[in-house]
Design a protein around this ligand. Structure first.
Ligand code: TYD
Length: 200
């Protein structure tokens, strides 16, 4: 089973994935968690370029690098685990590319991005996607500070577009579970567990 977590920067995804991890450990459920971009040696090197290289990056280059990191993670880790019947949790997957590079940056046409997503994920799709929905303004208060990475430095207008992109995506596919991420971490966690248990 493949579960992905999505949402704009500052939506509280990391906290929720940690809480889910503890919950599954308590229940003795086996699982594997990977972050995107990342999760393999090659993908972590690409991550470094994407998040910490402050030289101006062409939007198509950015799109292709996120996709390249994904392809490596999928073939090295995710697909073999899924074939083995294991539970895999992804901290971001290709919906991030559609929302950030597609709706946010306009790096390529949406159809092209969807095709590229299929290529980079080797045809693998999530069974369930938790979209932690939060107002960009509320989210930006959480990511405020001096050490923003390259993506986080993209400005409010960008995040408005990313957010409305996610909203559109969530309306298109049944696998999306929209969670109100303005709630307390405990409330968000129990929403996630309720949905997960009912899915299982
Ligand atoms: P990360 O520090 O992991 O942020 P977060 O904790 O919010 O997930 O950095 C990942 C950044 O890369 C984040 O700003 C979202 C962005 N991103 C894309 O723009 N496209 C993608 O396909 C992916 C996977 C991430």
């Amino acid at each position: 089973m493949l579960i992905s977590f999505e949402g704009i920067d500052g939506c509280g995804k990391t906290t929720q994935i940690d809480l889910l991890k503890k919950y599954l450990e308590k229940k003795n459920t086996a699982f594997h968690i990977f972050r995107e971009p990342g999760g393999t040696v090659i993908s972590e090197k690409i991550r470094n370029l994407l998040l910490h290289e402050m030289d101006e990056m062409n939007p198509v280059t950015e799109l292709l690098l996120f996709s390249a990191a994904r392809s490596q993670l999928l073939t090295d880790k995710v697909i073999p685990l899924l074939e083995n019947g294991e539970m895999v949790i992804l901290d971001r997957f290709y919906d991030s590319t559609t929302a950030y590079q597609g709706y946010g940056r306009g790096s390529a046409g949406l159809e092209q991005i969807i095709e590229l997503n299929q290529l980079a994920s080797h045809g693998t799709a999530p069974d369930l996607t938790f979209y932690l929905r939060i107002d960009p303004e509320a989210a930006s208060k959480r990511t405020k500070g001096d050490n923003k990475d390259r993506m986080e430095s993209s400005g409010n207008e960008f995040f408005e577009k990313v957010c409305s992109g996610y909203d559109k995506l969530a309306g298109m596919e049944d696998r999306f579970v929209v969670i109100d991420a303005s709630q307390s971490p405990e409330e968000i966690h129990s929403d996630i567990i309720r949905k997960l248990e009912s899915y299982l």
